[in-house]
Design a protein around this ligand. Sequence first.
Ligand code: SAH
Length: 331
Amino acid sequence: MSYNFNKQDIIDILNNSSEKLFQSADKVRHEFKGDKVYLRGLIEFTNICRCNCFYCGLRRDNSKVERYRLSEKQILECTKIAYKSGIRTIVLQGGEDSFFSADKLVSIIKKIKSYDVALTLSIGERTHEEYKIFKAAGADRYLLRIETTDKNLYKELHPDMSLENRINCLYNLKSLGYEVGTGCIAGLPNQTIESLADDILFFKELDADMAGIGPFIPHPNTPLGNFKRDNFELALKVMALTRLIMPDINIPATSAMESLRPNGRIIALQSGANVIMPNMTEVSYRKKYEIYPGKICINDSPLKCAGCIKNKIESIGRKISETKGSRFEHK
Ligand code: SAH
């Protein structure tokens, strides 16, 4: 069963109670994706960023961050640990750090791809030419959240950036043959329910292969630091609705959800999600990659993270997939 909601339907559902929504999303997930959970090993390889996004702890103007870059050797060490823990997708994520030129990234991509893994890049906005080069070097997927499709809000929160360019990047990635992940933050200041409905419709319009939805968590060293609100339920609703509208895509139980609830990711896995992204970054760097406060597992080793997630997943009768887990695997 799949659902064909229009914008007003989505708004109504977001405004109403949610137990039935979560159950329906769980059912659709079971039907279209099965009970296996895909793991993606996240490597946070640089926290240096030229952007100044108002919500993000890694924003350029946050001088309290101790900045770091991992060397190629360190990145490959994380990859090896992830591979040994059975993970078959690596996500290389970082700030928009021009130190990592196309040449440097190509070398890293090729070496990661010498393991039998799928590789997702999550390094922000680059040119069409660069996306093409990364694809040719072996990158399989790209993760770039639209963050919000509200034009005014986008402008307010992203100095020197434009919604138009972000959308362009996503369509460029699609046309180059990447599996494309996008997503949004739920609960941003001045964000409306209408615009969240538009976000979901945008995922559909783009035909995103993956959509990650996380609650906004205010970071004290950003301009939005005082904006306190619990956005867990809202993010979960947007996620569950996305599952109903795009039944066969990959949807992660995001780490930000777990930061707000002790079992946030398990709740998400039972409300439509089918993916988890254990952190494979070396312990000493994790706390420096503080996008939002209260990030989970900052003192755990990569192996501990993989093991702990496995136990949690099995405790709800689900199993870890041993495959690369592309969107179309279950077709
Ligand atoms: N530079 C990369 C990676 C960004 S970090 C890129 O542009 O794609 C990954 C995600 O963290 C962002 O896309 C954003 O959605 C999320 N994020 C950043 N700050 C946040 C906050 N305060 N609360 C919740 N999510 C946040």
